[in-house]
Write a protein of this length. Structure first.
Length: 230
């Protein structure tokens, strides 16, 4: 049976880095995937928060997000403009309400979002907000809440300073890794050269290692937040 799947990410590219191949696998299985990206991206490169200063870059980044998600087959993509790397300055309830509205729209059975132990403050804020927005209540459809890793962010948080990412849920992406790589190439401005952790080679190596960990050719790894067996 076709499932409704929601991905909630901080920045344009996190959805692909975290679960791009899993999105493509859901789509192959006939599921409908809806992506919500809350922060605008890249404005943290300026000394102060001034979106105006980055208008052309932000518009190119939006286009990249649309292209990447069309490669993966996402049914919808909603880009909000919370301030990049400054989401700790936003009232938590405003973030939660945005997420609740999105979830209310699609009534997903599966939700993917950031892991709590991450160096990036927006990732951590969104993790907390998703937990609040996905609290289990009567008549909710949601049975599966999963946290992804974002290369060049999750592993940059030393394990002794937060929750270490210890995956216990794997998706075999042997047949969809190539779509993830193609989607990342759409985000060219966000990618870096090897041996940066956010290079194409590093993402391929990670996928292969996550796969080898569980005996398949390639995998994306997650931490299961909650599962409700019906
Ligand atoms: Zn991010």
């Amino acid at each position: 049976m076709s499932k409704s799947v929601v991905v909630i990410a901080a920045h344009p590219d996190d959805e692909v880095l975290g679960c791009g191949a899993t999105i493509a696998s859901h789509v192959k299985n006939g599921d409908q995937v809806h992506v919500l990206i809350l922060a605008e991206g890249l404005t943290s490169r300026g000394a102060k928060h001034q979106s105006e200063q980055f208008k052309p870059e932000l518009s190119a980044l939006r286009k990249a997000a649309e292209e990447a998600n069309s490669i993966l087959g996402s049914r919808s993509l909603l880009l909000k403009n919370f301030p990049d790397n400054r989401m700790d300055g936003v009232e938590r309830l405003d973030i939660i309400k945005e997420i609740e509205d999105f979830i209310g729209l699609y009534n997903p059975q599966v939700v993917y979002t950031h892991h709590a132990g991450d160096v990036n403050i927006d990732h951590r804020c969104i993790h907390d907000a998703v937990i609040a927005a996905c609290r289990p209540m009567p008549n909710k459809n949601l049975f599966s809440l999963l946290f992804f890793e974002v290369a060049s962010s999750t592993e940059w948080r030393p394990p002794a300073s937060g929750f270490a990412f210890s995956p216990n849920w794997y998706v075999n992406i042997s047949s969809t890794l190539s779509l993830k790589i193609a989607a990342l190439k759409a985000y060219q401005s966000e990618m870096r050269d090897w041996p940066h952790a956010r290079s194409i080679q590093a993402i391929e190596h990670l996928a292969k290692w996550r796969g080898a960990t569980v005996g398949v050719d390639a995998a994306e790894a997650f931490v299961l937040g909650r599962y409700i067996q019906s």
